[in-house]
Design a protein around this ligand. Structure first.
Ligand SMILES: NC(=O)c1ccc[n+]([C@@H]2O[C@H](COP(=O)([O-])OP(=O)(O)OC[C@H]3O[C@@H](n4cnc5c(N)ncnc54)[C@H](OP(=O)(O)O)[C@@H]3O)[C@@H](O)[C@H]2O)c1
Length: 306
């Protein structure tokens, strides 16, 4: 348990900062359900895989390579199918979609958890800044290609971050998606996480009346491999402060497991969550017009790179 959880209470959902993935799925029977999860081999994704499978879900567990996915699945009990999905490679995302479709299992949830953070230098993939391309475009392509496979009450869960509040002033710099007009590691990460949030928001709008839902979330701050690109001093500071200010991995995985599995959010859509409760996103995170623009440009990018 993290120290901070002793001082933070629970919210209206009955859960809060210190709730763990196991606690928020206690008593939930996921047998007969299939859930797709990205980034299953590390950090909070690995805990999400463990807990969803423990509750009886058949988890289609995606990692950059099938070997990584297989190794992660080998560490948990329950029904799993390892698949490869390198989100920055459109061919790999397409192959993953084909494989998931071939499995023919209706999806109760798609948990888009994989991500990279704050690359020190500008990297491009297919002409686009890599954090935007991986965190947003890869997931946009994966999810929009699998919408027909979502069950009637299927849930899309986008792992965003409170770092979306650090996105550039424009929110999404639609005229700088290649970074040629300037690049800042944290602003680019914030932009990609705002894109995750806006994608869920606009998807929720498009799914209205279908029973399918889409929400986004901030998992908390947790020490994982995500910090690999941070400078060594910041990483040491994080590890010293960890017991005081950081969530544990079981606490960090709670909100996404809650959104994927708990009946308390049945029918809830288009919201941003933190600590298993509805939270307030930034002004840009509430910008419907920007969400629609992002959707349109994302469709164009996917068409261009595939
Ligand atoms: N940790 C935090 O404090 C924090 C805070 C806010 C939001 N988040 C979000 O939480 C999510 C999970 O992060 P984490 O903290 O658990 O980090 P992590 O341990 O680094 O896990 C990230 C996962 O994403 C995968 N991934 C990275 N690039 C990929 C790509 N191109 N294609 C497919 N998979 C890729 C990684 O695979 P490899 O292992 O092969 O690289 C890994 O499985 C991320 O979306 C992150 O933005 C985390």
């Amino acid at each position: 348990m993290s120290l901070l959880s002793m001082f933070k209470g629970k919210g209206p959902s009955g859960f809060g900062y210190g709730s763990t993935a196991e606690e928020v799925t206690e008593g939930v029977d996921l047998s007969g359900r299939t859930m797709l999860l990205t980034g299953c081999n590390s950090g909070i994704g690995k805990e999400t895989l463990r807990v969803l499978a423990k509750r009886g879900a058949h988890v289609i567990a995606a990692a950059r390579t099938v070997d990584k996915a297989r190794a992660a699945c080998g560490e948990v009990s329950g029904e799993t199918t390892p698949v490869a999905c390198e989100l920055s490679e459109p061919a790999s995302v397409e192959a993953c979609v084909d494989e998931v479709t071939r499995l023919g299992r209706p999806l109760s949830a798609i948990v888009c958890n994989a991500g990279i953070m704050a690359l020190p230098q500008l990297h491009l993939k297919h002409g686009y800044e890599l954090q935007f391309f991986t965190n947003h475009i890869g997931h946009f392509s994966l999810v929009t290609s699998l919408l027909d496979q979502l069950t009637d009450d299927g849930r899309v869960v986008m792992v965003s971050s409170d770092a979306h509040k650090g996105a550039p002033r424009a929110g999404i710099q639609l005229d700088n998606l290649d970074g040629s007009r300037g690049y800042s590691p944290w602003a680019a990460y914030g932009q990609s996480k705002l894109a995750n949030l806006l994608f869920a928001k606009h998807l929720a709008k498009r799914l209205q009346g279908t029973g399918k839902t889409a929400n986004s979330l901030h998992p908390g701050v947790i020490r994982t491999n995500l910090a690999r690109n941070m400078n060594p001093i910041a990483r040491v500071a994080l590890s010293i402060g960890e017991p005081l200010v950081l969530k544990t991995i079981p606490e960090g995985a709670a909100t996404q497991c809650y959104l994927a599995a708990n009946s308390g959010v049945a029918g809830v859509s288009g919201k941003y969550f933190a600590d298993c409760n509805v939270a307030e996103p930034s002004a840009r995170g509430r910008d419907d017009a920007l969400a629609e623009q992002l959707w349109d440009i994302s469709e164009k990018i996917v068409a261009e790179v595939t």
